[in-house]
Design a protein around this ligand. Structure first.
Ligand SMILES: O=P(O)(O)OC[C@H]1O[C@H](OP(=O)(O)OP(=O)(O)O)[C@H](O)[C@@H]1O
Ligand SMILES: [Mg+2]
Length: 179
């Protein structure tokens, strides 16, 4: 698997240090508030587990599975709920955890949904931000790293459902996707 990676953009050590830093920030922000931390499956799972272990406040976890890429490199433009939350959003401080904001469509959809469900507050933390990909007007409150205009994989991010289990974020060799 590792020999299919052309270059590592963000190393395992950099990611772990960032989780520690952001976890400390969020611990302060949510002190005494019992937020509902929502991981957006499947991509956010590695980041969610590492980040939340660094938060030193009580919190509740839930998951939502939405999909628009269907495993490929282009957003279909249509966000579909595959699995909804088990928890009520009304009156809660919501912390959405994402692996990447690219077009912004996934998060625009989720923020609208949680507003409609009467969340008390909504904040977004994303490991990666790809500002050049943006078509929806959405900004994260907390960003780990900015990435260039390239398709990235690893640490939750897939290409055709593979590479999510890489401990770093990188770019695939062009021959892997027939480029
Ligand atoms: O800003 P956007 O253009 O909406 O792209 C970002 C979203 O796309 C990916 O998820 P995907 O829909 O591929 O599902 P997955 O997490 O299961 O891979 C990624 O994990 C983000 O959730
Ligand atoms: Mg994906």
């Amino acid at each position: 698997m590792h020999n299919e990676i052309e270059k590592v953009l963000i190393s395992e050590e950099e990611i772990q240090a960032k989780c520690k830093e952001l976890g400390a920030e969020l611990s302060k922000e949510y002190e005494d508030r019992f937020p509902l931390a929502i991981g957006v499956l499947k991509g956010a799972l590695p980041f969610m587990t590492d980040l939340l272990k660094r938060m030193e406040t009580h919190l509740e976890m839930d998951f939502m599975d939405v999909s628009s890429y269907h495993g490929g490199m282009e957003s279909s433009g249509e966000v579909k709920i595959v699995k909804d939350l088990d928890t009520k959003v009304e009156g809660r401080d919501i912390l959405i955890i994402e692996d990447i904001i690219d077009s912004g469509r996934t998060l625009a959809y989720l923020v609208d949904l949680f507003k409609y469900r009467k969340a008390k507050s909504i904040k977004i933390v994303t490991l990666l931000d790809k500002p050049t990909g943006r078509s929806a007007d959405i900004k994260a409150d907390t960003v780990g790293f900015e990435v260039p205009d390239e398709f990235v994989v690893g640490y939750g991010l897939d290409y055709e459902e593979k590479y999510r289990n890489l401990p770093y974020v990188g770019v695939l060799k062009p021959e892997v996707y027939g480029g």
